[in-house]
Design a protein around this ligand. Sequence first.
Ligand code: KG4
Length: 336
Amino acid sequence: MSDEYVLGIESSCDETSAAILKNGSEILSNIVSTQIATHVLYGGVMPEIASRLHLENIGYVLDQCFQKAGIKPEELSAVAVTGKPGLIGALHVGVLSAKTIAAFYDKPIIDVHHLAGHIYANEFCGEFKFPLLAVVVSGGNSELVLMKKHLDFEIVGETLDDAIGESLDKVARALGLPYPGGVAIDKLTKDQQIVPLRLPHVHVKGYNLSYSGIKSALVREINEKKDQGLLTPELVKQYAFSVEKAFVDQLLDKAFKAAEEYNVRQIVMGGGVSANSYLRKEITSRGEGKFEILIPPLWCTTDNAAMIAKAGYRMWKEGMVSTLSFAPEASAELGR
Ligand code: KG4
């Protein structure tokens, strides 16, 4: 059997990325150009700037990707691209590039859901065992996804308001920490003994989650402390750890309850927030002796095209190929 090469392209938010995967597992190249240094100036991702930077970077990123892999476009088996969800202008850049390559070289194109990519990132460090529960936590998503087989996604719980990542970012911003706030909170609290503040317990039905109540209450309280000149560096640390712990505890309480009810064999995790040290430690210790826990390698928690190629490879094998007329979508539920 001849070798199979899948090109992955990712441009849904603030990373421009292209990767080539050999036979569905070997990463020949995974080029990631991040825009964080630009967006940090604004305290968050500026969509219009993101689109323009993707446009500037995509040619260079694709060039590097093919060069590093030592593969010519003619040799590709398929082209996989993040088609949804994300910043619409940003998505267009990746999708148009993918369509151009697919059309010119007559290759099948695969429209990959960004969160499927985050889930399949776990397959770079282990095999899926079904049924499994995927905990997907990023800047824009917080979802508990039940998978009974490959590419079969059932959302059993999700945030009813804000996502965990954006909520962390907003509290961090009030604390005067740099963007991305989740990363700054992690850095500030990692491996430290910090006594958390008592925060209200959030009651949400079923396996759904809610972050905006705690976020808004904390931002208000922090701003008041700032106005009174009472926000000391020690208090900043304490707020940072308290919010991180409250958000993660809520997430994992729900995730482990769902895992028990659905009798899963494995819990996997994905998305930017899955890089969080406290979350990684907690999920591992809570799972001990109960569930096998699969955590993506740190390099694969941030947006990258290798994970898109990974999910895309699986879709291609299942015949889930799109036509060149598909359009990117800013919002789209996983599995629909
Ligand atoms: O998946 P991602 O890169 O982008 C999308 O939202 O698609 O996730 C970005 C989010 C940001 O909110 C960022 O603050 C958060 O992930 N994040 C973290 C950590 N690294 C990234 N949050 C907590 N701890 C981290 N180590």
